[in-house]
Design a protein around this ligand. Structure first.
Ligand code: SF4
Length: 304
């Protein structure tokens, strides 16, 4: 894959991370594309891990090749959508994806790297999510989730686009989703490797049982997105509103206050990570997320 020549340099990425730290960010998710494709992946990931709770997303194609870059990271998230090889590769639309991902989880675990599995919940694996969760957590591998979604709007200026429309993946069995939320709430009582919180599961339950959003979006307040060029947005769906280097002067500006108000009443998407950060952006919420991970908890506390 060609690297964009305008992509931020190593020095610029580090400068951006320092700025994020100074405005109080505690948690960084590096995703792509694939962040491990960069030649300086280890340098950037180590720099981030020293300063933030850091998660790296990989589809199983690069993590083993770049294993040294992942030695100190808090989580490496590997996406696996089914325990059935053919079904997983069909959902991913990538032949060989399942085998690569399963092998990656095994290697990272053996190397004592903090790997977790992140199935994307869709109509095609809805009834399998509890089994996937049980299978990996019994092996000592934590599980976090994504929720199938795709960008609904068609704004050419949005920061970037993720997800492709696929009618087969849209969750139509809403009662089935409610049942899954209840099962996971129940499983969590005895399983601390299920990383999603009860609060988030209850919010999802309300969304699917009553179409009620019990949260207000906290984009540009509890979370923000930075792209490979350093442009920032409240989320990837919104237009970019400056660059990471503008943050020190813009973070407390009137413009950002007004954007926060706009995003606060937005209900355009239901990406699970954005819901999680909207619900759990408070210090107490972060503490709930990291309470089982003392390395992270100590780091978190050092920032509050
Ligand atoms: S609800 Fe929030 S995260 Fe989703 S599109 Fe609107 S502003 Fe972005």
């Amino acid at each position: 894959m060609e690297q964009d020549p305008k992509e931020l340099s190593t020095i610029e990425v580090k400068r951006g991370l320092e700025i994020l730290k100074n405005i109080g960010i505690v948690d960084i998710v590096l995703s792509g594309g694939d962040p491990l494709l960069r030649d300086d992946a280890k340098e950037i990931i180590d720099y981030s891990t020293d300063r933030f709770i850091t998660t790296v997303y990989d589809n199983g194609s690069m993590a083993v090749k770049k294993i040294e870059a992942l030695r100190n990271v808090d989580f490496v998230a590997i996406s696996i959508d089914s325990l059935n090889e053919a079904k997983n590769d069909y959902i991913k639309d990538v032949p060989g994806a399942w085998k690569r991902a399963i092998d990656t989880v095994e290697v990272l675990k053996k190397e004592k790297i903090n790997v977790c599995v992140t199935p994307t919940i869709s109509q095609l694996n809805l009834y399998e999510i509890a089994d996937i969760t049980k299978y990996f957590t019994e092996k000592g591998v934590p599980v976090w989730y994504c929720l199938y979604s795709y960008d609904q709007n068609n704004d050419a200026n949005q920061l970037f686009r993720i997800g492709k429309p696929n009618d087969k993946l849209v969750i139509k069995d809403k009662k089935g989703m409610v049942k899954l939320c209840d099962s996971l709430i129940n499983m969590r009582k005895k399983n601390n490797k299920i990383l999603i919180t009860d609060k988030l599961l209850k919010a999802l339950r309300s969304l699917f049982s009553e179409e009620k959003r019990v949260w207000n979006c906290q984009a540009l307040k509890n979370f923000l997105v930075v792209d490979h060029l350093g442009r920032i947005g409240g989320c990837h769906n919104q237009n970019f509103v400056g660059t990471v280097f503008d943050l020190p002067k813009m973070w407390n500006s009137k413009k950002f206050s007004s954007l926060r108000e706009t995003y606060n009443s937005c209900s355009q998407c239901s990406y699970l990570c954005y819901i999680a950060y909207s619900l759990h952006g408070s210090p107490y919420g972060n503490l709930l997320i990291v309470k089982d991970h003392w390395k992270n908890a100590n780091m978190f506390l050092s920032y509050t």
